[in-house]
Design a protein around this ligand. Structure first.
Ligand SMILES: *Cc1c(COP(=O)(O)O)cnc(C)c1O
Length: 357
């Protein structure tokens, strides 16, 4: 069997969840959208089920998958319903529902329910993607409150730039939010991972950690709290071929790397079809049998090449970590001009193996 694996450490997931909730100071919904950022939503939700205050997903399809797997407790639909036809299923399964647009308020008003639907109302405090303006929000809250078929629970908003630790925008968004809530005085939900880690003063009742649950640093630099998280996924494979090349030989597609001297090259069964970044530059960090090494040559669909010249003990079958406990994904993403979000949720083909001890 091809040796590429994504090892998923569920203990680490629980550790990170506890950290997130402690930082938020209140309750925390574990965000497991996009198949738990590539980690497997069902297994991750099962591992967190006994302690998480609830889960959040992007759409009803993801929520139904969790319910079908036996996940009880609150599941929040972060974009609510995409069409009113979903409301019957939302009610049946007791999903919580974000309301972010006027048309959703209208659709709720026209609907009838046998038990009230739990609703979180979303304020656009500056992200300008979804959410109602402060003025619309106050009116919508009152309208929703008057509907017997609705129980409006929480006022929420989302940060656009919480990963930029020197930028004042998060504070400005929080001020817009606080201003509205000074009038409504209701339960609140604000913080995503970068806000929990980087803006601890911006508290709310319900945190919504995603990326940090998986142990990745959302910032483009080292950060003590983020770096103390435990990476949940280790992406690894093995060396399937070794060759010795003299100086001046190009390696792989496009000859992007040319050997400067005699070079021992290891071929690893991992490529961009697995989700490893195709644009990883020469010199990108890998770990070879636990020792720091480097990628050389362009990443292909199913294989990539590493420099074994300074790894005399490594050879056929040696284990290569592409990201995980040793090669931190935040640093890798920064080297490749992407984000940990993108790398993790882009995992493909590689089978996942779970450990919980
Ligand atoms: C994805 C998402 C989150 C989680 O964000 P992270 O940065 O991964 O912690 C929180 N809230 C909303 C509305 C989201 O869409």
């Amino acid at each position: 069997m091809r040796p590429a694996r994504a090892l998923i450490d569920l203990q680490a997931l629980r550790h990170n969840y506890r950290q997130a909730r402690a930082l938020g100071g209140g309750r925390a919904l574990a965000v497991v959208k996009a198949d738990a950022y590539g980690h497997g939503a069902i297994r991750c939700a099962q591992a967190l089920q006994d302690e998480a205050d609830g889960f959040a997903v992007a759409c009803i399809e993801e929520a139904l998958e969790l319910r079908a797997a036996g996940i009880r407790g609150p599941i929040l639909l972060l974009e609510g319903f995409f069409e009113a036809g979903e409301l019957a299923l939302i009610e049946e399964h007791g999903f919580w529902c974000v309301i972010h647009a006027q048309w959703q308020v209208d659709a709720l008003e026209r609907s009838t329910r046998s038990r009230p639907l739990k609703v979180w109302l979303k304020l656009d405090s500056g992200m300008h993607r979804v959410g109602l303006s402060a003025l619309e929000c106050a009116a919508a809250w009152r309208r929703l409150q008057a509907m017997p078929q609705v129980e409006v629970q929480v006022l929420m908003s989302h940060f656009a730039r919480a990963d930029e630790l020197d930028h004042p925008y998060s504070g400005e968004q929080a001020a817009v939010f606080a201003d509205l809530n000074a009038r409504l005085r209701v339960e609140t939900s604000l913080s995503n991972s970068p806000a929990l880690l980087g803006w601890p003063q911006l508290r709310s009742d319900w945190a919504r950690p995603g990326l940090m649950l998986y142990g990745a640093n959302p910032f483009d630099r080292a950060h003590p709290l983020a770096d103390a998280l435990q990476p949940v996924m280790t992406l690894e494979s093995r060396i399937i071929s070794v060759r010795e090349l003299p100086a001046g030989e190009p390696i792989g597609y496009g000859g992007r790397f040319v050997t400067a001297g005699p070079t021992r090259v290891g071929v690893v069964a991992m490529g961009y079809a697995d989700g490893y970044p195709q644009n990883a530059p020469n010199g990108t960090e890998v770990a070879i049998d636990g020792r720091t090494g480097r990628l050389i040559g362009r990443v292909s669909m199913d294989m990539l090449t590493v420099d074994l010249t300074d790894h005399p003990a490594a050879g056929l079958g040696s284990r290569v970590e592409l990201w995980g406990r040793q090669v931190r994904i935040g640093g890798l993403a920064a080297q490749c001009g992407g984000s940990a979000y993108q790398l993790l949720s882009g995992l493909k083909r590689t089978p996942r193996e779970y450990s919980d001890a």
